[in-house]
Design a binder for this molecule. Structure first.
Ligand code: GLY
Ligand code: MN
Ligand code: MN
Length: 540
């Protein structure tokens, strides 16, 4: 019995159950075979050096194996003993002398057997013979593979050809959909891995905030000789650039053992926070007056100690991966202004917090995710009316042109909250796309939708189920590109909007588990305004 706690065989049973549901009835009682190739180690050109290896998610789900260049062969038959215990045969490469000399060899078969929840392990040299055995043992079987696509490792043609020559049918039409359906609801072992990724990433967000706070209090001093005779040591650099904040975040995750980030961090200061997936992370914080979505922000003034940082936000959307499972967390923090938000930034921050709080309150199994999207849009309209960015109705008639309902129905709010409120999260950050969005959204009938544009980028369009893990990530942005088409909207008070545009953007994102009665927040770093300001100003 393997000592691993990763339940690969349970995952195989769940996947085959979903697979059989997807098959035409005539195929359902046939033997089902799955052949998967694992990811191979990528190498960088002319360096003889590996690039980071990351196992293909579906391969890991069914094998728990993170050994490069492995294969997996599964067999199942509905209504037989194989339905309770599919055969699950893993093939891992044999250690070659060159592997040992240059790098770390794969585990031996004995070591791998002790740590993988599969029925048998061999070397890939045995794969061709086992394929022939399966063809003989299961005539008429359906052989499932993942789609031929650059997204998935290629199965060498010798193996597919062996199947094609036998009395079996090879298809790539069902397996990916079955895997996505199986992966949508997480089990306890998967939740433990997501929890760990979230705890590590939460601490990394707090580290960045605390270093910012130390800088505000003048507690970060260049060491003697630093910058001339020797480089700056950790604790000696002020965070004054996006790259410095990113480096701290990644360092904190790495020192806790996380190998990878789950996605490239998004670290956007000032009005660059209005770019949803900003990818440069290469600018100084703003040291002078800031124009909307200004990518320059007066870099020449940076590190000029005569000047104060311009009050601005720093948006960090980043999360590490723990054993193939992701975190996805966004925090928006104040920079400049002594580590406190400006009144405008605080108002927008608290509005986004309110969007998230009301979403949390509604979460429970059975609730359609579209409803959460609408809650956020309604909250945004209410908040903008309170701030005066949207004009308010003085008429008691709820049908007036500038009532909350009328503004919602106009869709103008999508210019300020253009994305979906969240998505399923698991091994992949935008997990199981094919199972997250039905082609036809019948389940939503009867629920008021607001405006169809609210749902354009919503990646999850299902009722929630216990065991799903989702992000809740409302935001509010002032992007000139998104505002341009609604600039002349009768709902907007132009003078008031101008005051808020330099805030750039705020997003707050936590990862939550849907439980029997509600939800559990797996993200542990706090986001309430008082705590964020106290940490970023060095008060606590
Ligand atoms: N980090 C990407 C997202 O939040 O969806
Ligand atoms: Mn997200
Ligand atoms: Mn994110």
């Amino acid at each position: 019995m393997a000592s691993t706690s990763y339940p690969a065989q349970q995952h195989a049973i769940k996947t085959f159950t979903k697979l059989v549901e997807l098959l035409p009835e005539v195929e359902q009682n046939k033997p089902q075979i799955v052949l998967l190739a694992g990811e191979v180690t990528p190498f960088r050109n002319d360096t003889d050096r590996e690039m980071p290896f990351r196992q293909e998610s579906n391969f890991f789900y069914l094998s728990g194996c993170r050994v490069p260049a492995s294969y997996l062969l599964l067999a199942y038959q509905n209504g037989t003993s194989l339905a309770n215990q599919p055969s699950s045969h893993l093939f891992i490469p044999k250690a070659e002398l060159a592997d040992i000399m240059w790098s770390v060899p794969p585990p031996s078969l004995e070591e791998a057997t002790a740590t993988h929840d599969v029925t048998r392990i061999d070397h890939p040299t045995a794969l061709a013979d086992f394929i022939q055995e399966l063809i003989k043992a299961f005539p008429g079987a359906l052989v499932h593979t993942l789609p031929s696509s650059p997204l998935f490792p290629t199965i060498p043609s010798q193996y597919t050809a062996a199947f094609l020559a036998g009395d079996v049918k090879v298809t790539e039409d069902y397996l990916l959909a079955a895997l996505h359906r199986a992966r949508l609801v997480k089990d306890a072992e998967e939740i433990a891995l997501i929890r760990r990724a979230n705890e590590i990433s939460s601490r990394a967000h707090e580290v960045v905030m605390r270093v910012l706070g130390q800088g505000v209090r003048g507690l970060i001093k260049r060491g003697k000789g630093a910058g001339t005779n020797r480089p700056l040591l950790p604790g000696e650099w002020l965070v004054q650039k996006e790259a410095e904040a990113e480096a701290l975040f990644v360092a904190s995750c790495r020192r806790e053992g996380a190998e990878h980030q789950a996605y490239l961090p998004i670290v956007a200061a000032s009005t660059r926070a209005s770019t949803l997936h900003y990818c440069c992370n290469d600018r100084e914080f703003a040291w002078g007056p800031v124009g909307p979505q200004d990518h320059q922000n007066c870099n020449e003034f940076a590190h000029d100690h005569q000047r104060d940082l311009h009050p601005q936000v720093l948006l960090i959307d980043a999360g590490c991966e723990w054993k193939c499972y992701a975190a996805d967390i966004t925090r928006t923090m104040p920079v400049g202004n002594g580590g406190k938000f400006t009144p405008e930034a605080r108002a927008i921050y608290e509005l986004v917090l309110e969007m998230q709080r009301l979403s949390f309150e509604a979460l429970k199994p059975g609730l359609h995710w579209d409803t959460i999207q609408l809650i956020c849009h309604r909250t945004l309209v209410r908040g903008f009316q309170k701030l005066g960015i949207f004009k308010s109705s003085t008429s008691p008639n709820s049908g007036s042109w500038n009532s909350e309902e009328a503004i919602l129905a106009s869709g103008v709010g999508a210019a300020f909250f253009p994305h979906g409120v969240g998505h399923s999260l698991g091994m992949d950050v935008h997990d199981v796309p094919s199972a997250s969005k039905p082609l036809q959204n019948d389940t939503i009938k009867g629920i008021p939708l607001g405006h169809e544009s609210f749902y354009t980028y919503l990646r999850l369009r299902l009722p929630l189920e216990e065991g799903m893990v989702v992000t809740v990530e409302p935001g509010c942005y002032f992007s000139p590109h998104l505002i341009a088409p609604v600039r002349d909207s009768k709902h907007i008070d132009q003078e008031v909007l101008k005051r808020y545009e330099s805030v750039g953007g705020v997003r707050i994102e936590d990862v939550v588990l849907i439980t029997k009665d509600g939800y559990e927040n797996l993200t542990t770093v706090r986001s309430d305004t008082e705590w964020v300001e106290k940490v970023c100003s060095g008060e606590i």
